[in-house]
Design a protein around this ligand. Structure first.
Ligand SMILES: C[S@@+](CC[C@H](N)C(=O)[O-])C[C@H]1O[C@@H](n2cnc3c(N)ncnc32)[C@H](O)[C@@H]1O
Length: 257
C-alpha cells in the first residue's frame, strides 16, 4: 500500500456517494444482503449483542446498513475524512456506531476490545500490494476477533478480471444524464497490479466538471486470499459467489481458529 490510498479516499470522502446511483438505497440493500450471509454463518439467529467491527468503513455504507439490523457496530478506516463523514451520516440515519481512524494493518494497537465479527467490504483489502501487508492485515483482524469469531471480506472478482484485464469500466450514467462515473485501469506488473483512474463528470449549472483521482490495487486471486487466511490461523474458509448471494462481489467468510 502507498500514501496514494489515504489521499485518494480523503479527497473522495465528500463525493463518495456520487459513485452510487442512490447511496441511501445501497445502504439498505447491502445491509440486507450482508446480514443474510452473516446469519447463514451464525449458530443462533439474532443480531442482538453481536459485536461487529467494519475495519474499512469509508463513509459508512455497510456499517450503517448493518447497524440498522441491530448489530453492535464499531467502524474504522484509514481515511480520517471518510470517518468524519461516516460519523455525520450515522447521526442522520439514526444509528449508533463507535467510530475511529485505524489502519487494518495495525488494528491490534489502534482499536480496543474484541469482536464477534470483523468485516471489510468493497475491495479495500486489494489496496495491500504485498503479501507482507496482506498477512499483517489478516493477523491484525485475527487478534480483534473473539474465539470462533467470523471474518467477512468482499472483493472484486479478480479470478475472472485477470483473464480479460479490462482497460476501463462501463460508464454509468445517473441523474438523467447529468452525472457520469467510470474508471480507466492501467495494468502493471504482468497483470498483478493496476492503477485505477476514477472519473466523476457532472453537469453543474450548465457546465461540465470532471474530477479525476487515482490509486493502486493488487489483483488478488481467491487462491492468494485462501493461502493468506490459512497462514494467519483462519479456518472454515468459504466463498459466497454473486450467483448465490445477489451481491455484486464475491464474499469470503472464515473463522478464527
Ligand atoms: C472502496 S472503499 C469502500 C468503503 C466502504 N466499505 C464502502 O463500501 O462504502 C475502500 C475503503 O478502504 C479503506 N482502506 C484502504 N486501505 C486501508 C487500510 N490499510 N486500513 C483501513 N482502511 C483502509 C479506504 O480508506 C476506503 O474507505
Amino acid at each position: 500500500m502507498n500514501d496514494s490510498v489515504l489521499k485518494f479516499y480523503d479527497e473522495l470522502a465528500k463525493e463518495y456517494h456520487l459513485l452510487f446511483v442512490d447511496w441511501n438505497h445501497a445502504i439498505s440493500w447491502q445491509g440486507e444482503v450482508l446480514n443474510k450471509v452473516i446469519q447463514s454463518k451464525l449458530t443462533v439467529s439474532t443480531t442482538n449483542n453481536i459485536s461487529l467491527l467494519d475495519c474499512s468503513c469509508g463513509i459508512g455504507t455497510q456499517a450503517i446498513g448493518l447497524a440498522k439490523y441491530g448489530y453492535n457496530v464499531s467502524a474504522t478506516d484509514i481515511s480520517p475524512r471518510s470517518v468524519k463523514r461516516a460519523e455525520k451520516e450515522a447521526v442522520a440515519f439514526g444509528v449508533k456506531i463507535d467510530f475511529g481512524v485505524a489502519d487494518f494493518r495495525s488494528l491490534d494497537k489502534d482499536v480496543s476490545g474484541s469482536f464477534d465479527i470483523v468485516m471489510s467490504a468493497d475491495n479495500a483489502i486489494p489496496h495491500l500490494l504485498t503479501d507482507g501487508d496482506l498477512y499483517k492485515a489478516f493477523q491484525n483482524i485475527n487478534t480483534k476477533l473473539n474465539q470462533n469469531g467470523l471474518l467477512l471480506i468482499t472483493i472484486r472478482d479478480y479470478d475472472s478480471l485477470v483473464k480479460e484485464k479490462p482497460s476501463a469500466t462501463q460508464p454509468r450514467v445517473f441523474d438523467e444524464g447529468k452525472r457520469i462515473v467510470f474508471q480507466v485501469w492501467d495494468w502493471a506488473g504482468g497483470g498483478k497490479t493496476y492503477t485505477i483512474n476514477q472519473f466523476i463528470m457532472q453537469e453543474i449549472n450548465g457546465e461540465w466538471k470532471t474530477k479525476h483521482k487515482k490509486t493502486e490495487y493488487r489483483a488478488l486471486l481467491r487462491e492468494d486470499i485462501n493461502k493468506a487466511l490459512s497462514i494467519t490461523s483462519f479456518s472454515d474458509i468459504e466463498w459466497h459467489l454473486p450467483t448465490n448471494t445477489g451481491y455484486y462481489q464475491p464474499i469470503v467468510t472464515a473463522r478464527k481458529l
